[in-house]
Write a protein that binds this ligand. Structure first.
Ligand SMILES: Cc1cc2nc3c(=O)[nH]c(=O)nc-3n(C[C@H](O)[C@H](O)[C@H](O)COP(=O)(O)OP(=O)(O)OC[C@H]3O[C@@H](n4cnc5c(N)ncnc54)[C@H](O)[C@@H]3O)c2cc1C
Length: 385
C-alpha cells in the first residue's frame, strides 16, 4: 500500500486538527520567531505525540508508519512538525535501551503530556558531522556524571523538560572503535538550566527554536544513563534511522503541499488570456515534482515497513531521507516559479515553506553524508573519512 493510503483515520483526524492552525497562524509565529505552543498542546492532547509509546506506559503503541502519517499530514496541511517531532524520534533510544525503571519513571508522564521530551543534543561546533569527535565530556563523580562542553544547533531546549544528550565518557583515542566511549544521558532541563547549563538561542533562516548549549560542571545522576556506558552511539543509531524516516515523511508532506499549491495556482492564474497551467513550460515541472515525490514516498514507506518489522533499515532510511528532501526541494522551487512574484509574498506561505524545507538537505543529516554511507555500506566503496 502506498504511503498515501496508510493509516487513513489518523491522517483524516490530524488534517482536521491542523485545519484549526492555518497559514495565518504559522505566518504570525514565523514573523515573531515564536514556538507553536498551542499547536503542540493540541497535538499532545489528542495523543499524537505519544503514538510510539507502548500502551503499557500510556501511549498508543502504534508503529513508526503511523507517526510518519501524523508528521506528513502536518506538513501537507501547510504547518511544520519541527516543533515536536523529536518526541517521536528519540523514543527508539528510550524504548530499546532505557531500563524498566527509566521507562516507568518517564514514559507515562510523557504520554499524558505532563513531561516533554523534545530535545536531542548531538552536534558540536568543533566536530560537526563527525560525531565521533564530540568533546563534551561526562566524568563520573560518586552518583553523578559531571558534564562539561558545548553543543550547537540543539533545537527546542527552551520548550522541553528532558533532553537526550550524547557525551564522551572516555577519550576517542582510548576507545576501541572511534564510535565507542560515548554515552547517552537523559538530562532534566528543569534542574539543569542555571545549574551548570546555559542556553543561547540561535536565530536561523526559519522558525526552529534552535539553541547553543554551554555545560559547566553540570551534574547528571548516573541513574539517568541510558544503555551501557561507552555504548551511547549504538543507542542513538536506532533513533537516527527513525529520525531519518520521520523527517522524510515531513518532506513528503511538504512536497505534496507545494505541488497542490502549484497546480491550484496554475489552474486559476490567467495570463495571455489563458490559465498559466495550460503552458507545458509551467505544467511539466509540476508534473515532474509530483512524480519525484511519489517515488520518494514509496521509499519512505519501505523504510518504515522495515523499521517496524525490526529488520535492518539503515540503507532505506537514508535513501528515503535523501530522495524525499530532494523531492520537497524540487516541488518548493517549482512552486515559487509557478507563483511568479507572488511566490515571494509572505501571505501565500510559499516563501515560508520554501525556507523551511531547505533545512532537510542539511539536517538532521546532510546529503553528502548519506551518499557516503550508501557508497561505503551498500556499494562497498572505500571509506573517504
Ligand atoms: C535548524 C537546525 C536545527 C538543528 N537541530 C539539531 C538538534 O536538535 N540536535 C542536533 O544534535 N543537531 C541539530 N542540528 C545540527 C545538524 O544536524 C548539523 O548542522 C548537520 O548535521 C551538519 O553539521 P554541521 O553544521 O557542523 O556541518 P559540517 O559537518 O561542518 O559540514 C558542512 C558541510 O560539509 C559537508 N561535509 C563535511 N564532511 C564531509 C565529508 N567527509 N564528505 C563530504 N562532505 C562533507 C557536509 O555534508 C556539509 O554540507 C540542527 C541544525 C539546524 C540548521
Amino acid at each position: 500500500m502506498a504511503l498515501e493510503q496508510s493509516f487513513p483515520d489518523i491522517r483524516a483526524a490530524v488534517a482536521k486538527l491542523c485545519a484549526g492552525f492555518g497559514g495565518d497562524y504559522w505566518r504570525r509565529l514565523d514573523g515573531n520567531r515564536q514556538y507553536p505552543t498551542e499547536f503542540v498542546r493540541a497535538l499532545t492532547g489528542a495523543g499524537y505525540l505519544s503514538i510510539l509509546i507502548p500502551e503499557a506506559y500510556g501511549g498508543s503503541g502504534l508503529p513508526l508508519g503511523a507517526a510518519c502519517a501524523v508528521l506528513e499530514e502536518i506538513h501537507r496541511s501547510g504547518g511544520n512538525g519541527g516543533a515536536c517531532h523529536a518526541q517521536m524520534y528519540v523514543m527508539g533510544t528510550l524504548l530499546r535501551h532505557g531500563s524498566e525503571q527509566q521507562k516507568r519513571r518517564y514514559l507515562p508522564a510523557i504520554a499524558e503530556g505532563s513531561l516533554r521530551l523534545q530535545a536531542f543534543g548531538v552536534t558540536e561546533p568543533g566536530s560537526g558531522t563527525d560525531t565521533s569527535r564530540i568533546r563534551t565530556t561526562a566524568v563520573r563523580d560518586g552518583d553523578d556524571y559531571v558534564v562539561n562542553g558545548q553543543k550547537v544547533f540543539i533545537s527546542r531546549t527552551e520548550h522541553s523538560d528532558l533532553m537526550v544528550l550524547l557525551v564522551r565518557t572516555s577519550p576517542r583515542d582510548e576507545s576501541g572503535k572511534h564510535t565507542d566511549g560515548m554515552s547517552v544521558l537523559l538530562v532534566d532541563l528543569r534542574d539543569a538550566i542555571g545549574n551548570g547549563l546555559s542556553i543561547k538561542p540561535i536565530d536561523t533562516m526559519m522558525n526552529h527554536a534552535t539553541t547553543e548549549l554551554f555545560f559547566d560542571e553540570l551534574r547528571v545522576p548516573v541513574a539517568n544513563l541510558i544503555g551501557a556506558e561507552g555504548q551511547g552511539f549504538r543507542c542513538i543509531l536506532d533513533g537516527m534511522n527513525a529520525e531519518r524516516i520521520l523527517i522524510a515523511a515531513e518532506c513528503i508532506g511538504d512536497a505534496r503541499w507545494f505541488t497542490a499549491k502549484s497546480a491550484g495556482y496554475a489552474r486559476e492564474r490567467e495570463v495571455f488570456g489563458r490559465p498559466i497551467g495550460q503552458n507545458q513550460g509551467v505544467q511539466f515541472p509540476i508534473a515532474r515534482a509530483h512524480i519525484q515525490t511519489e517515488a520518494a514516498a514509496l521509499m519512505v514507506q519501505e523504510a518504515a515497513n522495515l523499521y517496524d518489522a525490526g529488520r535492518p533499515a539503515g540503507a532505506q532510511a537514508n535513501m528515503a531521507k535523501l530522495l524525499a528532501s530532494e523531492a520537497a526541494w524540487a516541488a518548493a522551487d517549482t512552486c515559487v516559479q509557478t507563483h511568479g512574484g507572488y511566490g515571494f509574498a509572505a501571505e501565500y506561505d510559499v516563501e515560508r515553506k520554501f525556507r523551511e524545507t531547505r533545512l532537510y538537505q542539511v539536517a538532521p543529516v546532510s546529503t553528502n553524508l548519506i551518499l557516503s554511507f550508501i557508497a561505503n555500506q551498500e556499494l562497498d566503496l572505500p571509506r573517504s573519512f
